[in-house]
Every structure is written in C-alpha cells, then in structure tokens.
Design a protein around this ligand. Structure first.
Ligand code: ADP
Ligand code: MG
Length: 235
C-alpha cells in the first residue's frame, strides 16, 4: 500500500493555478522523484502534503487515512516530514538542538536524545553538533535540514532540493544516504534539479509543468519522453 497519496489537488493564487488536479503516490521503501521547471508547483505540492497550504480541492492520505484537515504538527507526529527549499532552521540554536526540537515532535519522543545522536553520526554531522547553522555553509545547512526531518522518524520524507549547492562528491554521498533511508521502508519524495541524481536514485519520476502532471514513469522512460524534454526547453 502507498504511504502518501494526494489526489485531485488544486491550488490557485489569484487567477493562477499553481496546481491543477494533481495526483501522486509515494510507496514505502521507494524514492519518488518530482521534477519540473521553476514555478511548476513542486514546492506548493509539498506545502499541501505537509499541511502548510489548504488546497481548494483534493485530498491527502497518509497510510490510507485522510489527513487533509490535519495541522502540520499533527502530520509530523504521524510520521510525515519535509525539508524546505529555503532553509527553515533555527539559525542560532546548535545543530543538535535543531534536531532535538524536531525529535520531540515525532512519534518516538522519549528516545529523542539517542535518535538525534544516531542521525548526527549517520549524516556525518557529529563534529559540528554544537555549531549553529548560521555559521555553516548552505550545503551543510541542507544536510542539517535533512537531519531535522529524519529526527521525527518519518515514514514519509519530502525533500525539497536537498542537494542544491553540493559538489559532486557530496552529491554522491547524498545519493548513498537516500538509498539507505529506503532500506527501512521510508517513502522518499525528492524534488531536485540535478538530473543525474534524480535519474540515478529514483524508482519512479513525476514531471510537473505549469501545475499539471505531464508524465509519470521509471527514470529511463522519463528521460526519453519528448513532452518532458519540450517542457524543459520551454516550447
Ligand atoms: P516550484 O517549486 O516548482 O518552483 P512553486 O510551487 O514554488 O514552484 O510555485 C508554483 C507557482 O505558484 C508559481 O507560479 C509561483 O509563482 C506561484 N506561487 C507559489 N507560492 C505563491 C504564493 N505564496 N503566492 C502567490 N503565488 C505563489
Ligand atoms: Mg520549489
């Protein structure tokens, strides 16, 4: 069964449809890519899934339960985590405290300290655990943001351009991390512009353009899809 499902999601800003009847599913243990040109609606879809924006129509399901009306904190408590394209960390708290705040929102808050220590190690952040994100380069900040999302022990993890600003070697390490996340059954949705990362790690890819899903399929099919190429080339 799917972990996350959105169906018929429509969002308008003034007269503009940022999302037009969008359907998407993310399955346990799989990485679902969400790509499309700037302004396609990717971040808005994450806002709807995570409860920051109420759609004018459509529904959101987590593990088969309708969560459309739940608040963001309640969705987090049920295991839905996200990162933000623009980092949303507490800039002056330590990295460890940023993760700890999130861990206390999640379903296993009594084990928060241990969970945080494990996640810091897994992301290679132990050495900077006492540093504040404001003092770190953006690429590292993005990893802290991923750590913050992991700290709620998510069953669904929405990542909004997590590898932006990383160099080639960092991206390779990040790809390995993503694969390791799915090993315990987490459903990952990845918004990312780095096509070799997307095509290398995703099991399935959705393509959004102007608020509509214009293609869905495995990476090798999406890569050869002419509609997708046209959307990117802008004709
Ligand atoms: P993406 O993440 O794919 O680049 P977004 O979801 O950020 O796209 O934006 C989709 C569309 O919605 C764009 O046209 C954008 O300008 C518009 N939009 C996003 N957020 C707002 C907002 N808060 N107010 C008005 N328009 C918005
Ligand atoms: Mg975006």
């Amino acid at each position: 069964m799917e972990s996350l499902r959105v169906s018929g999601v429509t969002v308008s800003f003034g007269g503009n449809r940022a999302l037009d009847s969008v359907a998407m599913t993310a399955e346990p243990g799989r990485i679902t890519g969400l790509i499309g040109p700037n302004g396609a609606g990717k971040s808005t879809l994450f806002d709807v899934a995570s409860g920051l924006r109420r759609p004018s129509s459509g529904r959101v399901f987590l593990d088969g339960r309708d969560i459309t009306r739940l608040r963001p904190s309640e969705r987090a408590r049920r295991g839905l985590a996200r990162t933000f394209q623009r980092l949303e960390l507490f800039g002056r708290l330590s990295v460890r405290d940023n993760l700890r705040v999130a861990a206390e929102l999640g379903p296993e808050r009594r084990r928060a300290d241990r969970a945080v220590t494990e996640i810091l190690a897994r992301l290679g952040l132990t050495d900077i655990a006492d540093t504040a994100p404001d003092a770190l380069p953006t690429g590292v900040g993005r990893l802290v943001e991923v750590g913050r999302a992991l700290a709620i022990r998510p069953q669904v993890l929405l990542l909004d351009e997590p590898a932006a600003g990383q160099d080639g070697e960092e991206t390779e390490r990040f790809a390995a991390l993503l694969r390791s996340l799915t090993a315990d059954g987490t459903a990952v949705v990845l918004v990312e512009h780095d096509m070799s990362l997307v095509m290398g790690v995703c099991d399935e890819v959705y393509v959004l353009d102007l608020g509509k899903v214009i293609a869905v399929g495995p990476p090798e099919v999406i890569r050869a899809d002419e509609t997708v190429l046209a959307a990117y080339l802008g004709d």
